[in-house]
Design a protein around this ligand. Structure first.
Ligand code: MF3
Ligand code: CO
Ligand code: CO
Length: 262
């Protein structure tokens, strides 16, 4: 199925939604401390999105998801549900924020570490972010989705990590999850061809151990089968005439908002 090409007006709305989602991740950083519960993080993000941004937290009630953000701790791969357990030293946590503003979605996530991370946790988180950046750097009109998946898979496996297969990036816009699916593994030169004006996410989930996952009895929380750590980073992107614009970029990042290949 084909990607939706956005109009100039829609792209402006995507920029605004993307910026708001990025701002929530920036806001929450100082609160990632031992003793804080993920419910508290959920409340802080929810209140900022609803009261300051006058936007909507997309996860809340999405196919029955019970909270406003996803908080995925240690061996949780994605879709972790905020709860009353306190963060502890050495935990790694992905916070995934999706806001809807003026009918359009911005979707982004990053890893945080609580206190001092283990060498493995730090390396896993860094390699997962590198996987995202490697994928972003390949985005331009005419590139194939398989090029992105293959490069991400190669970088993860070179570091003896594995790529989760069951969950993927996605087109995004008026819909939370639009066509196409953006796999984080695959074969270069295959898959859909990217077109100017399409928006999608790249959000690799990288496991320290084996790729296999399972869903817990709450029907949401995805964990690694081997209980080893997992890390994920996500950006919402726009395909431009000459490359890519990162719609959810944060000030702390070293990558540029506009990447041009001409
Ligand atoms: N934000 C996730 C993504 O990147 C989706 C979360 S769906 C939810 O696609 F229901 F768990 F919130
Ligand atoms: Co997403
Ligand atoms: Co997300």
């Amino acid at each position: 199925m084909a990607a939706i090409i956005k109009t100039a007006e829609e792209i402006e709305k995507m920029r605004i939604a993307g910026q708001l989602a990025a701002d929530v991740l920036t806001m929450i950083e100082p609160f990632i401390q031992k003793g804080t519960t993920t419910n508290e993080l959920n409340r802080l993000c929810h209140d900022m999105i609803v009261n300051e941004q006058q936007a909507v937290p997309a996860p809340l009630n999405y196919h029955g998801f019970p909270k406003s953000i996803c908080t995925s701790l240690n061996y949780v791969v994605c879709h972790g549900i905020p709860n009353d357990k306190a963060l502890k030293d050495g935990d790694i946590i992905n916070i995934d924020i999706t806001v809807i503003k003026d009918g359009y979605h911005g979707d982004t996530s990053k890893m945080f570490v609580v206190g001092k991370p283990s060498i493995l946790a730090e390396r896993l988180s860094r390699v997962a972010q590198e996987c995202l950046y490697i994928g972003i750097n390949l985005v331009k009109p005419g590139a194939r989705l398989g090029d992105i998946g293959a490069a991400i898979q190669k970088h993860a496996e070179k570091n003896s990590y594995s790529v989760v297969r069951e969950y993927c990036g996605h087109g995004i816009g008026a819909g939370f999850h639009e066509e196409p699916q953006v796999l984080h593994y695959g074969k270069a030169g295959t898959g859909e061809t990217l077109k100017v004006g399409q928006c999608f996410t790249i959000e690799p989930m990288i496991n320290a151990g084996k790729k296999n996952c399972k869903v817990l009895k709450d029907d949401w929380t995805v964990v690694t089968k081997d209980k080893k750590l997992s890390a994920q980073w996500e950006h919402t992107l726009l395909v431009t005439e000459n490359g890519v614009e990162i719609l959810t970029l944060r000030p702390e990042e070293t990558i540029e908002r506009f990447i041009s290949h001409i």
